[in-house]
Design a protein around this ligand. Structure first.
Ligand code: HAM
Length: 419
């Protein structure tokens, strides 16, 4: 072991376990790629103010959880705690909204950083696959994203998840509700920090998990009763479209997300097998974010699914992903056969066959152990006598059958057998 360990709240992904993460990222992004979303990659850090303004000055993410640093040149940066603000910043910087049809549909996959108290399912470094549809106000877009996430989870084999749906209103109706809620909260017996939160972001108080707070919230004004007609109609359309697609959801009027940019549609995917960190993904509409970071009005919607928690959810359900072995053919070279088999492996790889060879001058027993461990379907074994006869031994690792094949034909034979 080295003197060093992965930093607190982080962990390494090691093969073969790491293959699960690749498979999950692939399964989440596949439906997006087929629905017109283009891949975007942004830097791992941004101007700290992008998140302060975008995610919200009063959110836990900005006040407590950002990894910040000052460069030698004096610029204040933050490791990205989430992807939406960065993706919108990049889209605006590249004027994507002026170049083609709206919405601009983008997907991404990467690492995110939050200085949180680590526990199962909550890390300081985690990974998300996300999607953002920028520049259109259309309930079908909100519905599309929810349906695509549902599809991704179902393709992976996940069953025990629920979709919680809410509308947070817009700039017309939310301020009216906010005032009504604040007036209600001022009449309660709350601790100092919660009183402060009630003044800055009263909706977050509804999300307080403590029983003594929840008890007092009975009878609080609900946003549903304050939604303006436009928001109500929009929400009903989203609900109708998801229902028509056969995707089950639950209305959750208490769903408040931990980021301030949301308007109207908000949703969360929660899983029953994860304990307190039950959200495997979440998202919603953020019609005002572009203006908050200095851009034009660009109503948008998106989500991010947590890869770490999705893997945990799959494990909680006992779902085994169908991950093909990394190697199809494993070469075992004996005597002076190494250069020839090394050449054969190179040729196989060029022909698109996943191939590997035993290294380090092992004997037959050790090299066959490597072949077994690799999960390869076939082993190609050759020693001096085989090469003198112009053949290699081809062993079917499943049936154990072995036969001689002409060296000149082995690439074609293997390609045909593996097709
Ligand atoms: P979020 O709800 O903060 O939303 O994060 C999305 C998902 O990332 C969570 O549901 C969870 O699975 C995962 N996640 C968040 N924090 C952690 C952590 N500390 N450890 C492990 N997993 C974590 C957003 O990030 C928004 N940008 C989503 C969005 C996109 N909204 C609109 N577009």
């Amino acid at each position: 072991m080295s003197t060093f360990k992965a930093p607190k709240g982080t962990y390494d992904l090691i093969p073969p376990y790491s293959a699960k993460y690749l498979a999950v990222r692939d399964a989440i992004s596949a439906p997006l790629r087929k629905a017109g979303y283009g891949y975007i990659e942004t830097p791992g850090f941004e101007d700290v103010n992008l998140f302060a303004r975008g995610v919200g000055e009063s959110t836990d993410i900005v006040t407590k959880e950002m990894f910040t640093l000052t460069t030698k040149g004096g610029t204040n940066l933050a490791l990205r705690p989430e992807g939406t603000a960065s993706v919108l910043r990049a889209a605006l910087e590249a004027s994507l909204h002026k170049k083609g049809n709206l919405p601009v549909k983008l997907w991404y996959s990467g690492s995110y950083y939050r200085y949180e108290r680590p526990q199962a399912g909550r890390y300081r470094h985690f990974s998300q696959v996300g999607a953002e549809a920028i520049g259109a106000e259309d309930p079908a877009l909100d519905a599309e994203l929810i349906i695509l996430a549902d599809q991704a989870y179902r393709t992976l084999g996940l069953r025990d998840f629920r979709i919680l749906l809410n509308s947070l209103g817009d700039k017309e109706c939310r301020p009216v509700y906010r005032e009504a809620l604040q007036a209600f909260l001022r009449g309660l017996d709350l601790d100092e920090e919660t009183v402060r939160r009630a003044e800055i972001n009263p909706l977050r108080v509804l999300d307080d998990k403590r029983a003594e707070v929840q008890k007092q919230l009975v009878g609080a004004p609900m946003l549903r009763d304050y939604l303006c007609d436009a928001c109500k109609a929009y929400h009903e359309e989203v609900r109708a479209l998801i229902t028509a697609a056969g995707v089950a959801f639950e209305d959750d009027e208490k769903l408040v997300r931990g980021l301030d940019y949301y308007t109207r549609t908000t949703f969360e995917f929660v899983h029953g097998g994860l304990g307190s960190q039950s959200a495997v993904g979440g998202g919603g509409r953020y019609d005002g974010l572009s203006e908050m970071i200095g851009g034009p009005a660009l109503p948008s919607v998106g989500w991010a699914l947590g890869v770490d928690r999705t893997v945990l959810a799959l494990e909680a359900e006992g779902v085994e992903l169908d991950i093909p072995a990394a190697t199809s053919v494993f070469a075992v070279a004996l005597g002076e056969a190494k250069p020839v088999l090394f050449g054969l492996v190179t040729e196989l790889r060029k022909a698109g066959v996943a191939a590997d060879i035993s290294y380090g001058g092992k004997g037959l027993k050790g090299a066959m152990k490597d072949a077994n461990r690799s999960g390869a379907r076939f082993a190609v074994i050759a020693g001096d006598r085989d090469l003198a006869e112009g053949v290699v031994q081809l062993k079917d690792m499943e049936s154990g059958e072995q036969s001689a094949v002409a060296l000149a034909e082995v690439v074609e034979v293997l390609r045909a057998k593996l097709a």
